[in-house]
Design a protein around this ligand. Structure first.
Ligand SMILES: [Zn+2]
Length: 259
């Protein structure tokens, strides 16, 4: 199954290359049941590993999201093996660029993984939790109904994550939720990959839900796509949104302080 997925992704390379050349041309022309959490006074730190892979941590807990790598070799197997232990893993869907390093993560057998049915099916020896919501005293997570932007029938989900007194919305490979989502979250992670969701989709979502901060992701396909993320930033700037657009460097850690 994984091999078939990998082969189908490689068949996508020519399409991606064509798409990227189009982008360059274009540029040349132009709440549920939420528990009270016990760690609501800490700063959080976010580290970007490329594609849609982020480490989110406070002084007590570490969460890894979408531990995969799309051709870029940034979240490598070696990096996954040497990562300091994490408390929780969250995965939006079972595409290899979102979970192909899962098996390499140190201690993964005993780490709770919030995921989808197909992740549970393909990784039967891991503790994959598929319920619509999850809570354990320091984090509350609720799934968001959102289709994969390229393959709408794929088993795919977004997440509303309450952690360290922050509301974090993480949408995987989609930018058009199928249900109302919380407005004014502290941080919105949204893909602007182009194939899954466009810059326009991302800007529209920011306009609708007005996050305090937005982190565009999944834009560096084949490592040539920086123009896209700068266009996203410029477009938000022109619209004078209150939202702060944050574009982390690879491996950079960004601190979010409590107000
Ligand atoms: Zn993806």
């Amino acid at each position: 199954m994984k091999i078939i997925k990998q082969i189908s992704m490689f068949l996508l390379i020519p399409i991606l290359m064509f798409y990227i050349s189009c982008i360059n041309l274009e540029t040349n022309n132009s709440a549920g049941n939420i528990e009270e959490l016990d760690n609501s006074n800490s700063n959080i730190y976010i580290t970007y590993f490329g594609t849609a892979c982020f480490l989110i941590e406070d002084s007590s807990h570490r969460i890894l999201i979408d531990p995969g790598d799309l051709f870029t070799d940034r979240f490598t197997a070696e990096l996954a093996e040497n990562l300091e232990p994490v408390d929780l893993i969250i995965i939006t869907h079972n595409d290899f660029d979102h979970c192909n390093r899962l098996e390499y993560i140190k201690g993964v057998d005993s780490i709770p993984i919030i995921g989808t049915n197909s992740i549970q099916k393909d990784f039967p020896r891991f503790n994959v939790i598929t319920e619509g919501s999850f809570t354990n005293g320091w984090i509350n997570i609720r799934k968001i109904d959102i289709a994969h932007g390229l393959r709408p029938n794929e088993d795919h989900t977004g997440y509303n994550i309450q952690f360290a007194d922050k509301t974090i919305i993480f949408l995987g490979d989609g930018a058009t939720p199928l249900e109302p989502i919380e407005t004014n979250p502290d941080i919105l992670f949204v893909t602007i990959g182009g194939i899954e969701a466009s810059v326009k989709n991302g800007v529209q979502l920011v306009t609708e839900i007005k996050p305090l901060n937005v982190i565009p992701m999944h834009w560096e396909i084949l490592s040539r796509n920086a123009v896209r993320v700068r266009r996203f930033e410029r477009t938000l700037d022109k619209q004078s949104t209150e939202t702060k657009c944050i574009i982390p460097e690879f491996y950079e850690t960004i601190k979010f302080a409590i107000d």
